[in-house]
Design a protein around this ligand. Sequence first.
Ligand SMILES: NC(=O)c1ccc[n+]([C@@H]2O[C@H](COP(=O)([O-])OP(=O)(O)OC[C@H]3O[C@@H](n4cnc5c(N)ncnc54)[C@H](O)[C@@H]3O)[C@@H](O)[C@H]2O)c1
Length: 299
Amino acid sequence: MGLLVGKVAVVTGAGRGIGRGEAIELALQGAAVVVNELDAEAGAAVVQEIQAAGGAAVLHSGDCSEESGARSLIGLALETFGRVDALVNNAGILRDRTVVKMSPEEWDAVIKVHLRGHFLPTQVVCAHWKEAGQSGHIVCTASTSGLLGNFGQANYGAAKAGIAAFSAIVAQEMWRYGVTCNAIAPAARTRMTEGAYGEIFNPASEDFDFWHPDNVAPMVAFLCSDASSHISGKTFGVQGDTVELYQPFTSFSVIENGGSRWDPEQLAGQVDELFAGFPIEPGATNGMARLRFTMTDRS
Ligand SMILES: NC(=O)c1ccc[n+]([C@@H]2O[C@H](COP(=O)([O-])OP(=O)(O)OC[C@H]3O[C@@H](n4cnc5c(N)ncnc54)[C@H](O)[C@@H]3O)[C@@H](O)[C@H]2O)c1
């Protein structure tokens, strides 16, 4: 028996990489799965793999960041399987470039797939759950590139930080309806990361491939299940055999001006007090240096 017996789950961008592993794990846990994928051939292969293993799956070949795609995606789950219990927003792309060199098209493409691609299926499924009086679970896909900030990824990082905020806000709005919404910041060896980082270092252990994309799926299956109903609005780092809990932006220190408005010259003299004695540099730093697990040099 799995965690998702009798449930129906939708995964966007499930034709390869992390989404493929998620769709297969959700099916192994007993869910019927709608495999959304822009690349129909890749999506169909995942559907076949699930069916060959005795699971139930259907292909939705379309763009989850278009209104018609998002509507038909959730509609297909309802038509085919009669219900929908979980949505995994996973589809994503990269168009890496430093901000000075980035074209508006590269900015828009990334913002659209990630932010609209999260917003539209979430809106459709939440409206359905609210109307049906049904509970449900949403998993969004953020990234450490957004949570910590990665050089050369202003578009992607802005979208991924936005997704973490989106997820926390959807969680607040839908909590009263019994709907949870959490985000993961995964890390794995996929077409996306090999394109960005080149060859990814494999750990020395022969028993466990730390960066295998399927390692992300168990936490996602848990977050799609009623076993996680008490957890919402949180962001988890997920890679290898590790799960991390992230804390969102938090006020770290404060200066006050005794009940009157600051003068800019006063601030020039006092803002450095905010940093005094704390491990936060005033200048720009490499946020990714705070990663616990580094894809290119983990041993
Ligand atoms: N791989 C990592 O280490 C890593 C790290 C942080 C975040 N992520 C995120 O995880 C998610 C999955 O990434 P991956 O590494 O598996 O990438 P991937 O490129 O292997 O897979 C992404 C899939 O999404 C599909 N897709 C893209 N746009 C789509 C759209 N509009 N509608 C439907 N499908 C679409 C692609 O065709 C592809 O099959 C992405 O959101 C990515 O940003 C990945």
